[in-house]
Design a protein around this ligand. Structure first.
Ligand code: PMP
Ligand code: GLN
Length: 381
C-alpha cells in the first residue's frame, strides 16, 4: 500500500490526552472544557430525542438552526446571509474545513497556511492533491508578515487559510489586516478559508475581525465556526460554514457525500438554545477572560513567562527559565510525568519549527479548581 498521507500519525491531542489519562495528570492539553454545556441545552437535546426527532435532517442542515446562524451573523457582523443558500451545518468544523478544501482545490494547487497551524488543514489539502505553502507567523506576537505573504503568492495559489482567533497562540487578526489581505488578492483567483471557531473568545474589549464583516473578502470565502466551542460541547461535533451561494453549492456537493448531513436532535437542541439564550454568546468573552486571568494571575508566581492570550481558550507559556535544555515535546512530556500537568508542544504545528522555540500551550477552559491545582503544580517547579 502506498499511503496517501505518509506523514500523518496520531495527533498530538490524542497523544497528550492519553498520556494525561495514563499518568493521572491534570489535562490542560487537548482543547475542551472540563465542565458541561448549559443545562437548558442538554435538556433540549433530551426533549428532542424523546419527541422523535431522530431521522435524517435535510442535507444542508436543519432550517431552524441555519436561520439562527443567519440571525447571529446579521446581529454580530452586519451581514445578511440567506440561510437557505449560504449557511451549511456540518458534523464539526473539521468536516467543514475538509469539505471547503475538497470543493475548490485541484491537483497542483497551492494553499498558503500560517505556521503554527492547526493540524487538519494540510492532510485535507494533500487529499485534494494540493500542496501547502507554509508561512511562519512572526514571533513573538504571531502576526502575518505581509511582505513574505506577498512574495509567496504564485499563479498556482488557490487558497489562503486564516485562523482568527488563532490556535495555538491566541493572537487576533485585525480589520486593517483584512484590508491588506483584500488588496493582496484582488484581481487574483484565490479563495479564503477563514477558520473562526473561536470567534466568541476574544478578550480585553477587542473585536473579532470576522471575514463576514468584509464585503469583498466574503465574496470568495468559506467562514467556518463550531458550536462545540461556543456551547462547551466539543463532543457534539457540530459546526457550520457560511459562504456565498456559488461556493456553498460546491461545498454541499462534497458534504453530501462525506456525511450527507449532521446529527438531527443535536441540531434541534442548538436551534432552540440559540433562540432562547442569545445572552450565552454575549457573556462568553467575560466568562473565558475570567478563566484566562485567574490562570495567568496564578502563573505569574511561576518561572514561566507569557503574554496574555487575546483570544481562544489557550495560553502559551515560555519555559526557557526552567528547562532550556528540553525541546517542547520533551518538556510537555516531562511536565505531564513529573509535575502532573499536561500541555501541548507547539512545534508540532510547524513544518520547520524555529530551533529555539520554548513554548507550550495550556488550555484554560477548565473549572476554577482545576486551574488552581494546575497553577499550584506549575509554580512549584
Ligand atoms: N479549527 C481549530 C483552529 C480548532 O482549534 C478546532 C477545534 N479542535 C477545530 C477547527 C475543529 O472544531 P470541531 O471540533 O468543531 O471539528
Ligand atoms: N482543537 C482542539 C485543540 O486544539 C483539539 C481537537 C482534536 O483533538 N482534534 O486542542
Amino acid at each position: 500500500l502506498i499511503s496517501k498521507l505518509p506523514n500523518v500519525g496520531t495527533t498530538i491531542f490524542t497523544t497528550m490526552s492519553q498520556l494525561a489519562a495514563d499518568t493521572g495528570a491534570l489535562n490542560l492539553s487537548q482543547g475542551f472544557p472540563d465542565f458541561d454545556g448549559p443545562d437548558a441545552l442538554r435538556e433540549a437535546l433530551a426533549r428532542h430525542v424523546m419527541a422523535g426527532h431522530n431521522q435524517y435532517a435535510p442535507m444542508t442542515g436543519l432550517p431552524a438552526l441555519r436561520e439562527q446562524v443567519a440571525v447571529k451573523v446579521a446581529g454580530l457582523y452586519g451581514r445578511k446571509v440567506d440561510a437557505a443558500t449560504e449557511v451549511t451545518i456540518t458534523p464539526g468544523a473539521t468536516q467543514a474545513i475538509f469539505c471547503a478544501i475538497q470543493a475548490v482545490i485541484r491537483p497542483g494547487d497551492e494553499v498558503i497556511v500560517f505556521d503554527p497551524c492547526y493540524d487538519s488543514y494540510e492532510p485535507s489539502v494533500q487529499l485534494a492533491g494540493g500542496v501547502c505553502i507554509h508561512q511562519q507567523l512572526s514571533l513573538p506576537d504571531f502576526h502575518i508578515d505581509w511582505q513574505r505573504l506577498a512574495d509567496a503568492i504564485t499563479p498556482r495559489t488557490r487558497m489562503i487559510v486564516l485562523n482568527t482567533p488563532h490556535n495555538p497562540s491566541g493572537a487576533l487578526i485585525d480589520a486593517d489586516e483584512l484590508e491588506r489581505l483584500a488588496a493582496l488578492i484582488r484581481e487574483r483567483d484565490i479563495y479564503l478559508l477563514s477558520d473562526e471557531v473561536y470567534e466568541h473568545l476574544v478578550f480585553d474589549g477587542r473585536e473579532h475581525a470576522s471575514v463576514l464583516r468584509h464585503d469583498e473578502l466574503y465574496q470568495r470565502a468559506f467562514v467556518v465556526s463550531s458550536f462545540g466551542k461556543t456551547y462547551h460541547v466539543t463532543g457534539w461535533k457540530t459546526g457550520y460554514v457560511v459562504a456565498p451561494p456559488a461556493l456553498s453549492s460546491e461545498l454541499r456537493k462534497v458534504h453530501q457525500y462525506v456525511s450527507f448531513t449532521g446529527v438531527t436532535p443535536l441540531q434541534w437542541a442548538l436551534a432552540d438554545f440559540m433562540a432562547e439564550h442569545p445572552e450565552h454568546i454575549s457573556e462568553l468573552p467575560a466568562f473565558y477572560q475570567a478563566k484566562r486571568d485567574l490562570f495567568c494571575d496564578l502563573l505569574a508566581g511561576s518561572r514561566f513567562s507569557f503574554t496574555r492570550a487575546t483570544g481562544t481558550y489557550f495560553q502559551l507559556a515560555d519555559y526557557s527559565a526552567i528547562r532550556p535544555d528540553l525541546d517542547d515535546v520533551a518538556m510537555a512530556e516531562w511536565l505531564t510525568r513529573e509535575h502532573g500537568v499536561a500541555s501541548i508542544p507547539i512545534s508540532v504545528f510547524y513544518q520547520s519549527p524555529p530551533a529555539d522555540l520554548r513554548l507550550v500551550r495550556f488550555c484554560f477552559a477548565k473549572r476554577e479548581e482545576t486551574l488552581r491545582q494546575a497553577a499550584e503544580r506549575l509554580c512549584a517547579i
